[in-house]
Design a binder for this molecule. Structure first.
Ligand code: ATP
Length: 462
């Protein structure tokens, strides 16, 4: 697995995407079924989203790609699935009950909005104001003093709603992997260094969610806890820092100038972290965290060992020595990756005098990979076109469309990022050939039907 990648570039920073891009994506997302507000017929609910047919496919492809590179293509990482609700002692020991909070301030002026104190400068800047100006970013009103607000959602387990039955919805998937460390170790024949990975829903009662699906209150995380011997942790931190950066460039096709690694300053590090780096993307609202990579040391295992009384140390069978492993953690949200690839792929251009919106999605994550379009609605063409679509279906995510003009159908497929359109025309009935149109170049190639599957497969890594 290549771990080196060029993460430091001397190239000048790119122009950020236009500020209205997010709005346009939200509208495209709703119109084409990528994502829309949850419970919309009841007016929606703040910072919770549903994913439509195309969004669901895109998310699944992103998740599968992560799982494949982290778990399936490696023999030193295993995947697990842990419960969303855990024994509440887990969250006491991990420090979340006492400390998983953000500083909250309220506007006492006209707008009465609630803000995260550490987000105030960015919120002011986003509204064209001086970042360090006093007062509310929205209305300039007086702000209250910051107070800590715990982000964990609470509920009750069982029929009695008292404090002894109180439990939490997990705010991250990581703790499930720490508390299962021994069970996985004992059942999987893994030896240090090795990793445990999982993906699943997490919940945070964010004070200031926003920027569409960038910060929501229910989201899906993909996390890896990589356990290694103390002393080798710096090496593994560097490995994962480089590898995760490479993944975005090569496996999702994110444009290099819009991606950077930002190392945390000492005073910015979480109390449990020895080092941390964010993979950042240049969003329409500025550089923002896409993924976090942290050296969590033995903080979590030692906290759970102390609180549970269970020995979580690792006995090295070769040397006979026993130690608590250090942990390197790359952690990211599926929703945030989805927003990032949509922003990164969005393009508008004029081709032969006609304006088109095109999502230049990486072919391997595109929700539709091959669309079959008969040139006419006559049965003579629609019957073989449907037959062809069925032949392609086991290999690719396909779509079939016979409505409206071929030009409009191409535009529709461009807008959802379909890399290839296959057109059947009357000549196809004679020469058994079809036309394959490339989304990015709009170039058209004539191919024998028999060659279609192998030729297209050669362009994907699926
Ligand atoms: P912040 O300080 O921005 O609130 P954080 O640094 O505490 O977030 P982490 O705990 O490092 O966030 O989260 C790891 C990853 O999970 C993030 O990089 C992001 O991809 C994703 N993530 C975290 N919170 C949210 C959220 N509210 N909505 C969507 N994705 C999220």
């Amino acid at each position: 697995m290549p771990a080196e990648s060029d993460d430091r570039s001397d190239a000048p920073p790119p122009t950020p995407p236009p500020t209205d891009l997010l709005e346009r994506l939200v509208s495209l997302g709703k119109q084409r079924g990528f994502f829309f507000p949850s419970s919309e017929i009841y007016g929606g609910i703040n910072a919770l989203y549903d994913y439509g047919p195309l969004g669901t496919r895109l998310r699944r492809n992103i998740r599968n790609r992560w799982w494949r590179s982290i778990v399936e293509l490696r023999d030193d990482i295993v995947g697990i699935e842990t419960s969303i609700i855990m024994n509440p002692q887990v969250w006491v020991a991990s420090g979340h009950v006492a400390g998983f909070s953000d500083p909250l301030v309220d506007c006492a002026g006209d707008c009465r909005r609630r803000w995260r104190a550490d987000h105030l400068p960015a919120e002011r800047a986003a509204r064209g104001k001086e970042p360090d100006a006093p007062g509310c970013p929205e209305c300039g009103g007086t702000l209250t003093a910051p107070r800590q607000f715990n982000l964990m959602f609470r509920t009750f387990l069982g029929a009695v709603e008292d404090s002894s039955a109180q439990v939490y919805l997990r705010p991250e998937t990581a703790q499930g992997m720490f508390v299962d460390f021994k069970s996985v170790l004992n059942s999987s024949r893994q030896r240090i260094p090795f990793g445990i990975a999982q993906n699943g829903k997490s919940f945070r009662n964010e004070i200031s969610p926003g920027n569409s699906i960038f910060r929501t209150r229910e989201f899906e995380m993909m996390e890896l806890e990589f356990f290694c011997e103390p002393g080798t942790d710096d090496h593994w931190f560097e490995h994962w820092r480089a590898e995760r950066f490479r993944w975005y460039l090569e496996e999702l096709g994110v444009r290099r100038p819009f991606l950077r690694l930002r190392d945390h300053e000492k005073d910015e590090l979480a109390h449990y972290a020895k080092a941390a780096t964010d993979v950042e993307y240049l969003y329409p609202f500025g550089w923002g965290e896409l993924e976090g990579i942290a050296n969590r040391t033995d903080f979590d295992l030692s906290a759970h060992q102390r609180a549970s009384g269970v020995d979580l140390s690792y006995l090295d069978p070769m040397t006979g020595s026993s130690f608590l492993p250090y942990v390197i953690e790359p952690s990211v949200g599926v929703d945030r990756i989805m927003l990032t690839v949509l922003i990164d792929a969005f393009d508008e251009e004029v081709v032969r005098g006609e304006r088109r919106v095109v999502l230049r999605l990486h072919p391997d994550v595109a929700p539709v990979q091959v669309a079959v379009l008969p040139l006419s609605k006559k049965e003579e063409l629609t019957v073989p076109a449907r037959g062809l679509e069925h032949r392609l279906r086991p290999h690719f995510a396909t779509d079939y469309d016979e409505t409206q003009s071929i030009g409009r159908r191409y535009r529709r497929q461009d807008e959802i990022g379909t890399p290839y359109c296959v057109t059947i025309d009357f000549e196809s009935l004679e020469d058994q050939q079809v036309t394959v149109r490339d989304r990015d170049s709009t170039e058209q190639t004539r191919l024998p039907i028999e060659d279609l599957v192998p030729r297209l497969l050669g362009r994907f890594d699926i």
